[in-house]
Design a protein around this ligand. Sequence first.
Ligand code: NPQ
Ligand code: MG
Length: 370
Amino acid sequence: MIRPERLSLHVVELPLVHPFRTSFGEERVRRALLVALEAEGITGWGECVAGSGPWYSYETVDTAWWVIREVFVPIIKGQRFSHPRELPRLLARVRGHPMAKAALEAALWDLYGRLEGRSLRELLGGVRDEVPAGVSIGIQPDLSTLLSRVQEFVEQGYQRIKLKVKPGWDVEVLHAVRERFPDLPLSVDANSAYTLDDAHHLREFDRFELMMIEQPLWYEDLVGHARLAGELSTPICLDESISSPHRAWEALELAACRIINVKQGRVGGLTAALEIHGLAQERGVPLWCGGMLETGIGRALNAALASLPGFTLPHDISATTRYYREDIAEPRFELTARGTIRVPHGPGLGVEVVPERLLRWERAAWATEL
Ligand code: NPQ
Ligand code: MG
């Protein structure tokens, strides 16, 4: 039985090694919300994947801060849990806010694992000691900069390169990258930058032997993706559209995608991610774990999730140094000689927050007894 005694929220700002540009904007620092739950002198950590503004999703660091403090805290006050999967049931009457729910659930999983002396990988049913690492490359100022960035990551040994695309930064770019790297496992992510009217244009992507095209259309539009899938030979992967296990079921029923990018934050938590894993396993649909520029806390959780049997494609889980010079957690994640990331095996997340670093990068904090 876990009886969380205290909750704290921490907003951190970590400078990125390189600016990260997508079809929806550019980030130079990662502002992130961390949740800590304490019991019996042990602390469990969860990272909220929401961004500083409502661009990737409607949730932000500030909406998550507000809903955890004003809505979730009163609901969990005095509660006991025999397992972290009991939390989503308690929060089910709160509509929306999946990333905030996921962050609280993550802290409870970590606390549970640490109290039980079991790793998150073990608790989730992971079957791998290491997972294949891919890297996501943002939109660059010009083509020669992109080509040298691809070269750099290929030399480091990443198993798949994902390029961010948008109208005006796509076919020409893909042509240049394919010419220089004919056998490279390559994919693209549009973050909803196209419409069905672009179907003819998107068919040109079929020439480049891409592993997948990720989220080409509007996040609400499952039917549009199903129609587009009929026009393309490149598999469609959905990211933003898969906002819950129910949405995953709808997407699979409609044949809107052949691959799913799972982010536990976007789908409402680890319990929801496990449910999607079950649906995908039944249908033989491959999964991979997406990335949200996580600190070591979220990165450790992603590695544990990616160790499940249905996660078979290279992930957006890269070495810590691809994003940050200094992380708030130790140890850092490094790329192995095999192009993989090791799944931590210590209790809970298997990484530790370094108190001095948390203080150095912290911009706001709040705490309450539960
Ligand atoms: C994606 N991630 O797969 C996301 C997009 C993304 C690694 O490509 C702050 C908050 C910054 C959310 C940067 C990758 C973000 C963010 C990128 C989401 O679509
Ligand atoms: Mg994506």
